[in-house]
Write a protein that binds this ligand. Structure first.
Ligand code: ZN
Length: 503
């Protein structure tokens, strides 16, 4: 099986082959730490955490870097408004961000460099661009000259006249040669605090946002590396400018593959009312608040339920759908533990290990079907990390296991062999889920009584009801059915016995 990844640069899916066999370098643009992160800021990290888990599963050694932009105009403004130092604000929000990622089980990042700690290297890079004629100095500012860069615009496919639209630097700054020229270095203003004034050959100042990523990625991953990621809103100007700065200095390709994730869409009906309501709604979307309200696995599951290049709809109804979806798995895991005594969250025999011993026709069919689904799961992931399709396969496997439990009448006849097969199929399901960073630990119990004893008591009541019906004591049978029904337990009489499920 071969992995194909959609490359924004070529606009197509490409066969993935790393630059150095067996090793993969990934750079993801991290946050500018000036206000609390919201759910949209978690999307990239969750997706690339899955990319890393999957590449690691395929045998690659992955080095994944996510930067922290702690030098930026927005941080200076916000720190002044709050009356704290830039460093204090940046560190506080960085810690909040790191804690939120840990809560989301984004634990595979290898390095989180801070821009403020790479300023000498940035100055070196900018000086190199000036020496090669790609950059020029105007009153302590340094600009990149897009007119000198022949393939400027190759990532975003913008025409030259569109190239300056939407840049952070406005239209024509003082002394700019082209409207699209962007700042590599910004001269310090007298009003700005000392912790963002760095000495340079062009006077005190600070680096521009784009150069930060060009320099940190090259220092940690090399001048050419495998995968560069970020939100689709970063394609222009940020990533276009990263390419221009990096390739104009090195004459080498910068990132080989550009992966861009879709943006998060919020339920705007709810937040388009008044400013105060809007502010409240935005506050609810802050990661720390969401993590206090919802299980982190639910947020991860919601993010991965769309393909990464598609937008993610974040609303009450999509959260609800994700919760219902997850419950399918949690109910199965509880059922398996109750029926087989095997804890799906602990290491156990997987279904492929039982291939030889599956002599019983229905067990043999289960093994074959689950293995076919496992293959479909891996094919979905190989197809540009299609987590949405992969999750669909997990649902199919859960369905197979539930049908097998019913066919083998495991709720009534607790025979040894079918138990082993149902448990092993579930261990395979959990194993695949973990490639998505799911099912790492038991979910908190959703409703009280979901334990082995409750299951045994229901099985006992079913036996008593069947005895009563055999001796034509139908009112006792109906009493049991109705009382269980009132508790939310639905009995299902089938030709092969009585099963039960939650309503
Ligand atoms: Zn960046």
């Amino acid at each position: 099986m071969t992995l194909r990844i959609h490359n924004t640069l070529s606009k197509q899916k490409e066969l993935f082959n790393p630059i150095v066999a067996g090793r993969v370098g990934i750079y993801l643009c991290g946050p500018t730490v000036y206000k609390p992160a919201h759910i949209g800021h978690a999307v990239g990290p969750v997706i690339f955490d899955v990319v890393k888990r999957y590449l690691t599963y395929k045998g690659f050694q992955v080095n994944w870097v996510v930067n922290i932009t702690d030098v930026d105009d927005k941080i200076i403004t916000e720190a002044a408004a709050r009356g704290v130092s830039v460093t204090q604000l940046a560190r506080e929000l960085e810690q909040q961000y790191v804690d939120a990622l840990a809560a989301l089980d984004v634990t595979s990042i290898d390095a989180m460099p801070r821009a403020s700690e790479y300023v000498p290297q940035m100055i070196e890079h900018i000086q190199g661009l000036i020496d090669r004629g790609y950059a020029y100095v105007v009153d302590g500012d340094v600009y990149f000259d897009v007119g000198k860069d022949d393939d400027y615009g190759k990532l975003s496919n913008r025409k030259p006249e569109e190239q300056f639209a939407g840049t952070r630097d406005g239209l024509l700054g003082k002394g700019k040669r082209n409207p699209g020229d962007f700042a590599l270095w910004k001269a310090a203003k007298p009003s700005e605090p000392d912790d963002v004034k760095f000495p340079s050959p062009w006077g005190p100042g600070r680096p521009g946002w784009h150069i930060e990523c060009s320099v940190m990625s090259a220092r940690l991953l090399g001048e050419t590396f495998d995968i560069h990621g970020g939100g689709m809103d970063l394609i222009f100007p940020h990533h276009e400018n990263e390419i221009a700065q990096s390739e104009s200095l090195t004459d080498k390709p910068f990132a080989r593959i550009w992966m861009h994730n879709g943006l998060t869409r919020f339920n705007t009906k709810k937040i388009s009312k008044s400013d105060a309501e809007m502010q409240k709604a935005m506050q609810e979307l802050q990661l720390t608040n969401l993590l206090a309200k919802y299980p982190s696995e639910l947020l991860r599951f919601l993010i991965l339920s769309s393909h990464y290049r598609a937008p993610i709809d974040f609303s009450d109804s999509t959260i609800d759908a994700a919760r219902k979806g997850l419950d399918t798995f949690y109910r199965l895991f509880e059922r398996i533990e109750r029926l087989t005594g095997s804890n799906p969250y602990e290491a156990g025999v997987r279904i492929e290990q039982l291939f030889e011993v599956a002599t019983d026709p229905s067990a043999h069919a289960l093994v074959k079907d689950v293995l076919a689904e496992q293959l479909r799961f891996l094919e979905a992931m190989d197809d540009d990390f299609n987590t949405a399709a992969a999750i669909g396969v997990l649902f199919d496997i859960a369905g197979l296991i539930n049908r097998y439990i019913e066919q083998s009448r495991l709720e009534i006849r607790r025979s040894e062999q079918p138990r082993t097969f149902a448990a092993a199929a579930t261990h395979t399901l959990v194993f695949l889920g973990r490639l998505l960073g799911m099912f790492l630990r038991p979910a908190k119990k959703q409703s009280p009584g979901d334990d082995a004893l409750s299951g045994d008591l229901i099985a006992l009541l079913i036996d008593v009801r069947n005895q009563a019906r055999q001796t034509r004591q139908f009112e006792i049978g109906d009493l049991i059915r109705n009382r269980l029904d009132a508790l939310g337990i639905l009995l299902e009489d089938r030709p092969d016995g009585t099963g039960w499920r939650r309503k």
